[in-house]
Design a protein around this ligand. Sequence first.
Ligand code: ATR
Length: 469
Amino acid sequence: MQKAQIGLIGLGVMGANLALNIAEKGFRIAVYNRTSEKTDAFVAEAGELAENIIGCSSLEELANAIEKPRPIILMVQAGEAVDQQIEALKDIIDADDIIIDAGNANFRDTRRRMEALRDSGPRFIGMGVSGGEEGARHGPSIMVGGPREAYDHIKPVLQAIAARYKGEACEAWLGSDGAGHFVKTIHNGIEYADMQMIAEIYGIMRDGAGMAPAEIGKIFERWNKGRLNSYLIEITAKVLGVTDDKTGKPIVDIIVDRAGQKGTGRWSAIESQSLGIPATAIEAAVAARSLSAMKDLRIKAEERFKIETGSIETLDDARIAMLEDALLAGKVIAYAQGFAVMTAASEEFGWDLPLAEVARIWRAGCIIRSQFLDEIASAYEAETEKTDLLMTDAFSDLISRTQGALRKTVAESAVAGLPVPALASALGHFDQFRLGRGTANLIQAQRDFFGAHSFERFDAPGAHHGNWS
Ligand code: ATR
């Protein structure tokens, strides 16, 4: 029997869709799942694609079914399952075979795994895959980290299965070891911030202006034709227009306001803190999900504080335009923070992350896909040195134009008692960022007062102490 060009372990939702995508692009793929009924069902349901699929009932069978050097994608639950599969594969495959972990791994685990396999093999790749079930099936955004030559071997498959933006495949090798999984993590952190800011604007319209979901949906639909054009705005507009089958009410009104999270947003906040890079909009979005989960406490707090939420002025066209600009400004700042975290990580871990390329492969396939990312790619291409996104010509113009709207939106929301934690954090960041003279002189004085930590003076070099007594 003709051998497969690639293998895949783990036929859960993501694995099964990725395998179908690969088979559809004309590659022969061998698949294995711990529970073999799933493998049988998968092959049986693959229709005409089944001719490109070899169902295997053991890892040995899988290994024997693939041409050497064997690339094998792992799409099992992140964490221990990945370590178990690597252990099991190690005894079966060769040193120059390639294990590709395509799950949502923490990049620190990817670095550890790669280090452990460095001398003995097999070769290891950490690959971030974004776009959910639909992306996996029809074209995800793919972020690769690991040995370059191992990537080169699987590149034709990745090129074929990735999403396309104006014909360009949204996949790239971004650097060694955990670079791909790190970039995927920051992608998710930015996604949290983007979603939270959209939800905050929805909250202003719902609670401040008393608008119905369908009306709000119409505004998002309009915004989707402008600068905010993106997948998240598009689905927000759609979601707001959907009616619940059971009750006939707008579906968002019967969904409990308690958000889940699987951890990648939190990891981005943790990593930004570890690197000493402010990513406050992302942090605020993660925290907002955490607070959303404390529903019982929030209900009690509402009873205790009994603070009336004020209404805001009726949303005429000018005010709708203001909210649009505010969302755009908040978004720019959140993305700037995410890219700054990647810049710092790139230096810390020696990756030399190509920021324009990162923006390019996020233009399609992934959840934050948008034309905005095309603008970020162009902004980074135009810069000769790595700089903060807010300092690039294109985005400094944009933020200068929209910051007033963000300021007004945050101020009015604060007065009305409408929570806008991510937008407010973004604004706070921008206001500190843009001021040459801040207030850390006082922090330094306090530190010197209680801990003799010393301070620098404007008028003399070296470390100084105050005469605090
Ligand atoms: P889904 O993507 O459908 O939500 P999941 O629970 O995240 O599924 O699991 C994804 C894949 O990881 C499944 O193929 C699962 O195998 P089973 O079908 O046998 O459950 C696989 N998986 C989870 N833990 C595993 C382990 N320790 N070893 C091997 N495969 C494992």
